[in-house]
Design a protein around this ligand. Structure first.
Ligand SMILES: [Zn+2]
Length: 462
């Protein structure tokens, strides 16, 4: 059933394609050479033990990849460079790439589409230029933008979206955007409104690749519990029972720096300033010596201060290859796609497996069911906000809450605009009852983790 959706899209697009070719004449033979796509044809022009049961070998699929299929790559960093190269060499001829960053010299060891002369230029532009000049017939369109600056109409153009992001917030936003594009008929998703999302992620020697059919299979928010919140050591460990070199560095960073202000009042610790790191390093060494802890180094100090997890080129290569394979399978309908989550780990030896992440019945992003919030009427509004940010299944960042009270829409709290924050701050210490909220009340919540406003229902407990 999963492919029928892609197949349907494909058929309509193939018709568009034939019409278009008549107009443009297509790029057709001019940029092709004998045997150029033999490696791809082996997968598409003959059947085999692993082909999809409904697959009919033919030349149509390759033409679809070369001329029609539009793939959007989110991110042109470590994963993005690999994705663009893999897609272009797999026959995808129409690719868009979105990235808001510019190239830093520290990217060059693994983001191989960039050269020293490109430092300072937008990643999306340079990556697109590189692929366009190196892979004849492939056309990459760059977008030097934030994903949030592009709208529905933009995202709707694509057959498949691949994410190579390092931020969970951005991933969740993308997930929310694709969910917002779904069309429901009698509670059923209209399959033609589904744009598959292939999501790759890496962290050091660990990575994952997953296939998400929004509204059909588990979405990013369904499995939010799999992403642990940022590692923070408990304060008591840092302050009184350090066991690891990291604990000592955190002690200096969190407690000693603000107390001593070694570089003047109000000077914040800058992870890129070698003098700052040197100071933290020396203090951390002292602290470590007191507790007989070894392993504090300058490098580790900088890593902890900047929260760096080293990027590993080979992990990016593996995950991007896995993602591209899934894009290929979905675009051609020739093979059964991953169902739906692949885990890769080569920290110690090599370990990998797949599993089927399940949809969460009451997923706040994809279930269409308003999530209930259970609080006694005497709870302070602050507690509701804390729940929204701390609950492992919601993990919001700076929720803005509005409700209709006595027929009027009222902003209960909003953090991002200073004047409104100031005006609504007193609400935090008021009880739900004092705010005029009632049992069954709907709360509309906006947050950076999603482009849509989420609806919650307040349920009073006694
Ligand atoms: Zn979900």
């Amino acid at each position: 059933r999963l492919f029928s959706l892609c197949r349907e899209k494909k058929r309509t697009r193939v018709v568009e394609l034939t019409e278009k070719m008549v107009v443009e004449g297509g790029c057709g033979g001019s940029c092709e050479w004998e045997g150029r796509w033999n490696h791809i044809k082996k997968f598409l022009e003959r059947s085999g033990p692993f082909t999809h049961p409904d697959f009919e070998p033919g030349t149509e699929s390759l033409q679809f990849l070369l001329q029609t299929c539009r793939v959007l790559v989110i991110g042109a960093g470590g994963l993005g460079c690999e994705l663009l190269k893999d897609l272009a060499l797999s026959g995808f001829g129409k690719i868009d790439v979105v990235d808001m960053d510019t190239i830093d010299v520290s990217n060059l060891n693994r983001q191989f589409l960039f050269r020293p002369k490109d430092v300072g230029r937008p990643k999306a532009d340079v990556a697109a230029d590189f692929i366009n000049s190196r892979v004849p017939g492939c056309h990459v369109i760059p977008h030097f933008k934030k994903i949030q600056d592009l709208d529905e109409r933009f995202y709707r153009q694509f057959h498949i979206i691949v994410c190579g992001l390092d931020s969970i917030v951005a991933r969740r936003w993308m997930n929310g955007m694709l969910l917002s594009l779904l069309v429901y008929e009698d509670g059923e998703v209209d399959q033609t409104s589904v744009i598959p999302l292939i999501d790759g992620g890496t962290e050091g020697f660990k990575g994952n690749a997953r296939v998400i059919l929004p509204g059909v299979t588990a979405c990013i928010d369904c499995t939010l519990e799999l992403y642990p919140p940022q590692i923070n050591f408990p304060m008591c460990t840092i302050a009184s029972m350090p066991r690891l070199p990291e604990h000592c560095i955190e002690y200096v960073r969190i407690l000693q720096w603000p107390k001593e202000m070694p570089f003047g009042d109000g000077v914040a610790l800058d992870g890129d300033d070698p003098e700052h790191i040197q100071w933290v390093f020396q203090r951390s060494l002292k602290r470590a010596a007191e507790f007989n802890i070894t392993g504090v180094t300058y490098r580790l100090t900088q890593g902890v201060v900047k929260r760096i997890i080293p990027a590993v080129a080979s992990t990016n290569a593996v995950i991007a290859a896995a993602c591209t394979t899934e894009v290929f399978k979905l675009a051609t309908s020739a093979y059964v796609p991953l169902s739906n989550y692949m885990v890769f780990n080569d920290v110690d030896g090599l370990y990998t497996y797949t599993f089927e992440a399940e949809r969460k019945e009451n997923c706040s992003a994809c279930s269409q069911v308003p999530v209930d919030l259970h609080f006694p009427p005497s709870s302070k509004f602050q507690q509701v906000l804390e729940y929204l940010t701390e609950s492992t299944s919601l993990q919001m960042k700076s929720p803005a809450v509005t409700a209709t009270v006595e027929g009027k829409s009222k902003t209960l709290y909003l953090q991002s605009v200073a004047s409104i924050e100031q005006r609504t701050r007193p609400n935090l210490s008021k009880s739900l009852k004092e705010l005029g909220l009632t049992d069954g009340q709907e709360l509309a919540v906006a947050d950076v983790t999603t482009p849509q406003t989420m609806l919650f229902r307040l349920c009073f407990t006694s």
